[in-house]
Design a binder for this molecule. Structure first.
Ligand SMILES: NC(=O)c1ccc[n+]([C@@H]2O[C@H](COP(=O)([O-])OP(=O)(O)OC[C@H]3O[C@@H](n4cnc5c(N)ncnc54)[C@H](OP(=O)(O)O)[C@@H]3O)[C@@H](O)[C@H]2O)c1
Length: 332
């Protein structure tokens, strides 16, 4: 089987296409053939050497795969099933384990940019039947994070106002899930064309954050005080997020695209009785609950583009350029 690996040098250009022996499943493993994979911002950090991972490493964490063999003690899946991997291996339910280094796919664990892999059966979930391979591959990291930000860390429901930042993977899932729950959604983006597309997906209020850097008051005026923020911007956005948040509102901290150094008055947290919750993707129970909702709601992930395994490096470079709206995927 073939895989791409970071062997000695970081950088997309330095990824090495290798031929390796086909993996053999242990007794609780399923052996899978990769059908599609999807890219996340985190993969770019891993590929650039910004995450502490040991080499060699097969990058990427998300995939849709077909079960082609099962170990003798497996019971969750059968040959032919389509499955997706659980991003944080071993986190089935309840609170996040206390381990310092989480066993996450695509670093430190080998990821999904490979034709075959063996996963412990507990670390996989069934694909919602209505999704294509590519659509399913987009769920494990981005969609589960959005789900947790809205429905596990807090309880977004009908009539709530939600603020979503940017139009990448996490954010568009958050938009779709929040609309499914009957919420009013405000979204900010650096591009007017992307905001137009977000309106088609149901966004009620749209603001260009490049054009209006003080977008917090605009969102508050147009969407009403916001109940929940799905924060992916970090450093440069949190101050504005707090401006549009209602008293006792909730901020789910998912990402730090503009940095991790807070630039806001901490007193605001107390004055507004803000609830802040960090998000670390989510456990398998959340993933399966989300899949049920995706099936019932008939949600179709937003796919920007699909490249091939053979041409994976150019797909990764295109993703790094950051012009995508939704998910960028690779088929095998
Ligand atoms: N904590 C977790 O478990 C977890 C899980 C998944 C992702 N994340 C994090 O969440 C973030 C998003 O991940 P992703 O995979 O969805 O990324 P992505 O698909 O690459 O999307 C990034 C988008 O965010 C927007 N953006 C960039 N800088 C921004 C800023 N300063 N303010 C507001 N929006 C900004 C851009 O949208 P426009 O072009 O529309 O402006 C960009 O397209 C990353 O920081 C990632 O590490 C964390």
């Amino acid at each position: 089987m073939h895989c791409y690996a970071i062997t000695h040098q970081f950088g997309i250009e330095n990824l090495v296409l290798e031929e390796r022996a086909s993996p053999k499943p242990k007794s609780n493993d399923i052996k899978v053939r990769m059908l599609a994979a999807s890219l996340n911002y985190r993969d770019m950090q891993v590929l650039s050497g910004l995450r502490n991972v040991s080499l060699p490493l097969i990058p990427l964490s998300d995939a849709c795969a077909e079960v082609i063999e099962v170990g003798e003690n497996t019971s969750r899946f059968k040959v032919g099933d389509r499955v997706m991997p659980v991003f944080i291996n071993g986190w089935i339910s309840g609170r996040q384990p206390m381990d310092d280094e989480m066993p996450t796919l695509g670093g430190p664990l080998d990821g999904t940019l490979c034709e075959e892999a063996c996963w412990h059966e507990e670390n996989a979930v069934l694909v919602p039947a209505h999704l294509t391979d590519v659509e399913a591959a987009s769920l494990p990291c981005a969609a589960v994070s959005a789900w947790n930000a809205l429905f596990v860390a807090t309880h977004t429901g009908p009539g709530d106002a939600v603020l979503i930042q940017g139009t990448g993977g996490v954010s568009l899932f958050a938009l779709q899930f929040a609309k499914m729950a009957g919420a009013r959604v405000a979204i900010i983006s650096s591009h007017d064309e992307k905001l137009e597309k977000a309106k088609v997906l149901g966004a009620d209020v749209t603001v260009n954050y490049k054009q209006y850097p003080e977008w917090g008051s605009i969102v508050r005026d147009q969407a009403g005080p916001v109940d929940t923020v799905v924060e992916v911007g970090g450093s440069r956005t949190l101050e504005q997020s707090l401006i549009c948040l209602r008293n006792a509102g909730h901020v789910s901290i998912v990402g730090f695209l503009s940095g991790t150094e807070p630039k806001f008055d901490l007193g605001e947290l107390s004055r507004k009785s803000v609830r802040v919750q960090g998000i670390r993707v989510g456990n398998r129970d959340s993933f399966e609950a989300m899949c049920r909702a995706v099936s019932i709601g008939g949600i179709k992930p937003v796919i920007e583009s699909v490249g091939t395994f053979e041409d994976a490096k150019s797909t990764l470079v295109a993703f790094r350029d950051g012009n995508h709206f939704g998910k960028v995927c690779i088929t095998f």
